[in-house]
Ligand binder design. Structure first.
Ligand code: MRU
Length: 348
C-alpha cells in the first residue's frame, strides 16, 4: 500500500549529499539544507534541523553512507572513517535509542566480512541506509493498522510533540495512526499539545495535520487535564524515544504530565513506535539517559528573551512515563499490554 503523499520529504539522499528539511524554520519557511559530511549531519541532529526518534536514526544511517561515500578507496580506511563518524553521531543526542540502533546496524554492515573492497562496502552501506528508510515507512504503516481498532469514530484525541512524517521520514507513528483512521473515514479531532519549549506540536504537528486534512485544535501544554475534566477526551496517543524492557517510556518532556492526567481521568493512554525504539538492554526508565538541552530554549521565544536576565533554568528534553500508566504500546508487530516484558527475543 502506498501512503497518500505529502508535499515534502524530511530526509532525502541525493546521490552525493543528504538533504534535510530544516524543521527549525517550519511552518513559516520550507527550507532544505544540504550536507556533505557526517560531522555536519551530527550538528544538524544536535541543533534539531531534523528530530524525532526514527528520523534521527535514519539520518544517522545516511550520514554513515555519506562518510563511506567520501572515504578513501581502501577498505580499512573506509571502515576507520565510518567508525569515527559513528562516534561523532552517537554524541549528538542521547535519549532516542533509534540513533544508536541505526549506527550499530550500519557499523555491522561496514565491518561485515563479506565486504571485499571499498566500492562494495560503500554500495552496501548506502543500500543499508535505504533499507532502513523503506522499513521505517513499512513499520509506520503497520503501526497505523494495529492502532486502527483503538480509534473509535468521533474520537477526541490528545497528542504530544510531533510524530508525523517529519519525525520518522515515513508515514508517522502516533500521528500516522490518526492519519490512517482519518483516511478511512473515521471522524477524529486532535488536541495538539503545543509542546514547550521547541513547540513541535504547535509548529510541526499542526502543520502536518493541516496538510492531512485532519481537524485539530492547538492547546497549551497545561490544558489537557482541564480538557479531560470538562469535556470528553477518548484517548491520548504519543510517540516514544526509548522504551525500556519493562515498558517505561521516554518521550518528549510533558508526556509524563499528560499520562498522569489521563490516568486520573480514566482516559486510555497509548504509545506508538517502531520496534527500533524498544531497548531491551535498558531494564527500566531510571536507566534511560535524559537529554538536558541548552537553557536558551527556555529563556527565549522566537529569539526574544522572555525570562529575567540571570534566571535559573532547567531544560530536560524528555521524561519517563511509568509502564503501568500505559494502556498499550503499539509497534509494527501489534499492541502489547501491561505488564510489559520486552526482551531481545521478543524483538526478533
Ligand atoms: O526532541 P524531539 O523533537 O526529537 O523529540 C521527539 C519526540 O519526543 C517524539 O515524540 C518521538 O521522537 C517520537 S517520533 C515518532
Amino acid at each position: 500500500m502506498n501512503p497518500s503523499p505529502l508535499p515534502y520529504r524530511a530526509i532525502e539522499w541525493r546521490g552525493h549529499y543528504l538533504r534535510l528539511l530544516d524543521q527549525r524554520l517550519l511552518p513559516d519557511q520550507v527550507t532544505y539544507v544540504d550536507y556533505v559530511s557526517a560531522a555536519e549531519v551530527a550538528g544538524a541532529i544536535r541543533e534539531m534541523v531534523v528530530r524525532g526518534a526514527p528520523a534521527i536514526g535514519l539520518t544517522a544511517a545516511y550520514a554513515l553512507a555519506l562518510a563511506a561515500h567520501h572515504a578513501p578507496n581502501a577498505l580499512s580506511e573506509l571502515q576507520t572513517a565510518v567508525k569515527a563518524a559513528a562516534e561523532c553521531l552517537k554524541a549528538s543526542r542521547p535519549t532516542a535509542v533509534n540513533l544508536f540502533w541505526a549506527v550499530q546496524r550500519m557499523l555491522a554492515c561496514a565491518y561485515d566480512p563479506r565486504q571485499a573492497n571499498a566500492p562494495e562496502a560503500r554500495a552496501a552501506l548506502l543500500a543499508e541506509a535505504q533499507a532502513i528508510d523503506a522499513e521505517n515507512l513499512q513499520m509506520d504503516l503497520s503501526i497505523a493498522r494495529h492502532a486502527y481498532p483503538l480509534i473509535p469514530d468521533g474520537a477526541r484525541i490528545v497528542h504530544h510533540c510531533n510524530t508525523g512524517p517529519l519525525a520518522t521520514g515515513g508515514y508517522g507513528t502516533a500521528l500516522g495512526a490518526i492519519r490512517y483512521a482519518h483516511e478511512r473515514g473515521v471522524q477524529v479531532h486532535v488536541f495538539v499539545d503545543e509542546t514547550r519549549p521547541r513547540l513541535q506540536g504547535a509548529r510541526l504537528t499542526a502543520w502536518e495535520l493541516q496538510q492531512m486534512g485532519v481537524p485539530f485544535t492547538v492547546i497549551p501544554d497545561g490544558a489537557s487535564g482541564h480538557l479531560m475534566r470538562t469535556q470528553k477526551v477518548d484517548l491520548c496517543i504519543v510517540g516514544c524515544d526509548r522504551v525500556a524492557a519493562n515498558g517505561d517510556t521516554a518521550n518528549k518532556i510533558g508526556t509524563y504530565h499528560l499520562a498522569l492526567a489521563a490516568r486520573a481521568h480514566g482516559v486510555p493512554f497509548y504509545v506508538a513506535g517502531p520496534s527500533s525504539t524498544i531497548d531491551p538492554a535498558t531494564p527500566h526508565g531510571d536507566a534511560i539517559p535524559i537529554e538536558e538541552r541548552p537553557p536558551d530554549e527556555v529563556t527565549h521565544l522566537a529569539g526574544r528573551r522572555i525570562t529575567p536576565e540571570g534566571a535559573g533554568v532547567a531544560n530536560p528534553s524528555f521524561d519517563v512515563t511509568p509502564a503501568a500508566w500505559i494502556s498499550g504500546i503499539i509497534t509494527e508487530k501489534g499492541v502489547s499490554r501491561p505488564p510489559y516484558h520486552f526482551s531481545e527475543k521478543s524483538q526478533e
